[in-house]
Design a protein around this ligand. Sequence first.
Ligand SMILES: NC(=O)C1=CN([C@@H]2O[C@H](COP(=O)(O)OP(=O)(O)OC[C@H]3O[C@@H](n4cnc5c(N)ncnc54)[C@H](OP(=O)(O)O)[C@@H]3O)[C@@H](O)[C@H]2O)C=CC1
Ligand SMILES: O=C(O)CCC(=O)C(=O)O
Length: 167
Amino acid sequence: MVAQMLKSKGGFIIAMKNYDGDVQSDIVAQGFGSLGLMTSILITPDGKTFESEAAHGTVTRHFRKHQRGEETSTNSIASIFAWTRAIIQRGKLDNTDDVIKFGNLLEKATLDTVQVGGKMTKDLALMLGKTNRSSYVTTEEFIDEVAKRLQNMTLSSNEDKKGVCKL
Ligand SMILES: NC(=O)C1=CN([C@@H]2O[C@H](COP(=O)(O)OP(=O)(O)OC[C@H]3O[C@@H](n4cnc5c(N)ncnc54)[C@H](OP(=O)(O)O)[C@@H]3O)[C@@H](O)[C@H]2O)C=CC1
Ligand SMILES: O=C(O)CCC(=O)C(=O)O
């Protein structure tokens, strides 16, 4: 079943028991690039109770490197999306459009950092066959790049709003 999931382009849902879902989703995430790309969401049928988290663990091996003062390659995309999905859900529950827009903007800033800016952590660079040190950024550098992009997007969206007000 995992092999089929890895070969396919998705578009289906599989119900699994806890252990199977845990192990198989990790394999699929790694098969598509990195555990650092997978966010997990739990939602009750009434949509009111919601939990989102990065599906990977505490990445202890990287934390030990950080403690030794070495640079780390932890990809924060899954954690960022855990936050954005929670922020967007909060916005939906409260009917606060600006909160939803902020969540969407941060997701776009994160994806654009990789897809447009070509900035990525080592896990993704290796997947592209790039091994040179210059082809990837550290955990902190990646977050800085996302923050910069988000700030630029927020500024230009505020400019747009000003334009609308002037009209
Ligand atoms: N959802 C949960 O609550 C989970 C909790 N855990 C807990 O986390 C702790 C550590 O577990 P462990 O087995 O090391 O599993 P982890 O998922 O924390 O890490 C396993 C390996 O996967 C790669 N990896 C995971 N996340 C990322 C990321 N964001 N960016 C880049 N690479 C990543 C790293 O590989 P490499 O070292 O090759 O770079 C890492 O060493 C344990 O206490 C475990 O019980 C584990 C899994 C899920
Ligand atoms: O502790 C583990 O190894 C797995 C835990 C896990 O994946 C989870 O809590 O979702």
